[in-house]
Design a protein around this ligand. Structure first.
Ligand SMILES: [Zn+2]
Length: 96
């Protein structure tokens, strides 16, 4: 059995910071239940739960849950197959 090499999860800090620092309303998400792809701004958000619950506008399944405490937050995206986040184009490294 070949053991694949891996990196420590700390290396995700930079790439995830780039994604999570953007305006998520500009992101598109795919509903894990019905497959509809649409802007996150199009979710139906219910704010009278212990946190915020975002439901798919097509099938009404939960795509996102966000609970905020004074010192931390929980983000549950298991109802979304993916989030597509616009990012600035990568610039190829300049020759030195
Ligand atoms: Zn759906």
């Amino acid at each position: 059995m070949t053991e694949m090499s891996y990196l420590d999860g700390n290396m995700l800090d930079g790439p995830l910071r780039e994604l999570l620092a953007v305006d998520l309303s500009a992101a598109a998400g795919r509903c894990a239940s019905c497959g509809t792809v649409g802007p996150m701004a199009g979710l139906r958000v219910y704010a009278h739960a212990p946190g915020l619950v975002g439901r798919c506008p097509a099938c009404a399944e939960v795509m996102l849950r966000l609970v905020r405490a004074p010192d931390r937050a929980w983000l549950d995206l298991r109802g979304a197959t993916y989030l597509q986040v616009p990012v600035p184009p990568t610039v190829p490294p300049s020759p030195c």
